[in-house]
Design a protein around this ligand. Sequence first.
Ligand code: SF4
Length: 245
Amino acid sequence: MPLDLSSRVSDLNDRYRHHGATAVLERALTDPDVGDIALVSSFGAESVALLHLVSVIDRRVPVLFIDTEMLFPETLTYQSELAVKLNLSDLRIVRARLADTLAEDPRGDLHKSNPDACCALRKTVPLQRALEGFDGWITGRKRYQGSSRQDLQFFEAEEATGRIKVNPLAHWTSEDVQDYITENRLPRHPLVSRGYPSIGCLPCTSKVEEGEDPRAGRWRGQDKDECGIHFVDGKIVRGPKPEAA
Ligand code: SF4
C-alpha cells in the first residue's frame, strides 16, 4: 500500500539526510516517491545557481517562471538571456489570466490596497494552475532566508495540494550561493550590484542598505515577508501560514 504524503516526505528526508544539493536534486528527479516535478524560478538575485544545477543534470526539466507583469524590466531581460545561456528546453512562462486581471486589478494598483490579493491573483493562482499534472516542485528556498524558513527540510509535504516541495538548497548559506555563481562564472542579475540582494516585483521591492537583512527591501514597511497566500483544502486562504512556505 503506498505511503501517505507526510510519511513519504519523512521517508525521503531520512533517506537523503546526508546528501548535498546536487545529489538531492538528481535523486528527486528520478525517485518514484517524488514523481514528476518542475522547477519554479523567479529568475531573481540568487536563482541562477539552482537553474544552473538543474540545467547540468537535465536541461529538459520544466522550468516555470511566474511573470506577474509587475517585474523589473531587468528581470525579464535576464530571464530570456539566462534561458538561452543555460539551454533550458522546457521554459514555461506563467501569467494570470487576462480576464482575472481585468476583473480584479483593472488599474494595476491592487498591490497598494491589498498586496495579498495581488499576490494571489498574479502568483499563487497562476502557479497552482501551472502545477496541475505535477506531483511536486523544486524551490530555491534556503534556511538562512528568514525565521519562517529556519527549519526547512529537503522535502516538504504540501498537504493542501498533495504535492511535495523539494528544497535542494535548504542548507546553503548566502556565501555558498555566491561561491557557486563565481566558480561557475554565471551571470548575475543586474540589479544585485545596484543594491537589490532580493528581487521581486518592481512596486514591492526597494533597495537594501548596508547591514540590513537581504529581504528587508521586500514589501518594506508592510507586515508581509512572503506571498501570504496558501491553499487549504484546495481553497485560497490569506493570513498566517500554517507552516513555512
Ligand atoms: S509582490 Fe507586489 S506587485 Fe507582485 S504580485 Fe505581490 S503584491 Fe502584486
